[in-house]
Design a protein around this ligand. Sequence first.
Ligand code: NDP
Length: 448
Amino acid sequence: MAVIDEKLDDVYAEVLHRNPGEGEFHQAVREVIDSLGPSIAKHPEFTRRKIIQRICEPERQIIFRVPWEDDRGEVHINRGFRVEFNSALGPYKGGLRFHPSVNLGIVKFLGFEQIFKNALTGLPIGGAKGGSDFDPKGRSDQEIMRFCQSFMTELYRHLGEYTDVPAGDIGVGTREIGLMFGQYKRITNRWESGVLTGKGLEWGGSLVRTEATGYGTVFFVQEMLESHGMSLEGRTAVVSGAGNVAIYAMEKLIEEGATVVACSDSAGVVFDQAGIDLDLVKQIKEVERGRISDYVDRRSGATYKDGACIWEIDCEIALPCATQNELTGRDAEKLIANGVVAVAEGANMPTTPEGVRAFQEAGVLFGPGKAANAGGVATSALEMQQNASRDSWTFEYTEDRLRQIMKSIHTACDETAKEYGQEGNLVIGANIAGFERVARAMVALGLV
Ligand code: NDP
């Protein structure tokens, strides 16, 4: 591990002490704190006002019981979470994750990341995250509805367009957002579109929101490549996952002239030398809600391997778009040996610290998730703008806004890295640029 600036040593020790057993949260805090030494040296007021200590402590954490009944009449009890981390820049904003692995430490790591990501967008949104250890896999539509209604029956009292505005994440897409919005509306008797984002197009959603995280990640890759005189045209890419982020990252890669040869889900990896047939992936994952292994039954020439590692496949562009810590130091070494040129994180914290270090030492262009996957939340903020003005923008206009936002995030990371003598290190650039925007607001707002 890198050596932390000694002024920050105690801060990190205190985080470990106050939040025992929350490994992912520790990892996320450490990764940010590692970058902040030069910033706090330049801004003594951040130390005086204990900005880092305050940023590491959520403003509010809500944990609640979610009881529901399955189709056989059996009762289940899940746990719901919402961690409202920081509202210095705007209402709390961040997705809801439904996955059996969800626990407080995971929600806190995601909420912590979200503070800096949201700051980087330049938009008025604070940071939060939430979810449940509910597993939607194999559940009927009725079971999903009963769960979402029960979840919202508690969560609604903490939400509001000026307070806290959740969106989707793993296991939560337009279907679940719709069911939660319906329950919110029923309980409050308010058609308050600004209370959730990722809504369906007929009832307050924004064009491009579905595509935004994946597209934004690819726009970020284009910025990284262009700043080094390269492009995506003709490049071979692999994308892990086959969910919302992965599908639309693949779509934009293909549109921009790259060939995507592999994608995956939590069970295994599909390899298709001729280039992934994205319509088929969408049919399987979005329409049939099936497994990626189904792909090879309908596509000759493609292969599927259970439990395989996608990072062993030769590529120049690698986009981890599934989940945290899915790309390790060893995986990074394999990608480097196979000639990877650029890696960008569509998922949150998918690369372990060893992986990040290996890429940086090998001179691989590396886009950290806070910056590279910020297109999703940025477009959620654009959805909020449209809701507030009772307006709907065209696909082209919204996509162009997204592209501009990704460009400005890249510029902010790049210039901040240069300002602090770390040219090309977008990890440090993203951490400091995001942190300083929040820190200045926290100083201005006083001790709250
Ligand atoms: P989805 O639920 O749509 O898809 C998740 C994909 O990742 C699925 O293919 C899933 O496979 C795979 N996956 C999930 N957990 C694991 C695991 N433990 N090991 C291996 N594969 C796994 O989620 P999203 O696409 O929305 O989210 C993916 C990532 O992107 C997450 O890290 C999320 O936090 C991040 N993100 C999402 C944003 C959004 O707008 N949706 C915005 C910014 C970041 P399986 O079906 O087998 O579980």
